[in-house]
Design a protein. Structure first.
Length: 116
């Protein structure tokens, strides 16, 4: 059983930065990707960024490209999301996601609030 624990959310003013972390535990072998999604109030969950666990190749949503950076620590089985130049429209609950041979696992979510 794989579990994901997120941390690093909080409140920041527009233009500020936050760094999210997501640590995986359990039987995480054969992980394909880890990534981040977000869900704002009244909206559907949307893709933010993913990273291929083996190659390190990254993929970003257009809305965050150039401002957010996803990275990984293979030894710690942890993925990070560095968020710079934050905007009020980035306000959402951010969810970590792991895709592996047994399916998809989600974290509990961490709130990010950006004030103008």
């Amino acid at each position: 059983q794989v579990q994901l624990v997120e941390s690093g959310g909080g409140s920041v003013q527009a233009g500020g930065s936050l760094r999210l972390s997501c640590a995986a535990s359990g039987r995480t072998f054969s992980t394909y990707t880890m990534g981040w999604f977000r869900q704002a109030p009244g909206q559907e969950r949307e893709f933010v960024a993913t990273i291929n666990w083996n190659t390190g190749r990254t993929n970003y949503a257009t809305s965050v490209k150039g401002r957010f950076t996803i990275s990984r620590d293979n030894a710690k089985i942890t993925v990070y999301l560095q968020m710079n130049s934050l905007k009020p429209e980035d306000t959402a609950v951010y969810y970590c996601n792991l895709y592996y041979t047994q399916g998809v696992v989600w974290g509990q979510g961490t709130q990010v609030t950006v004030s103008s």
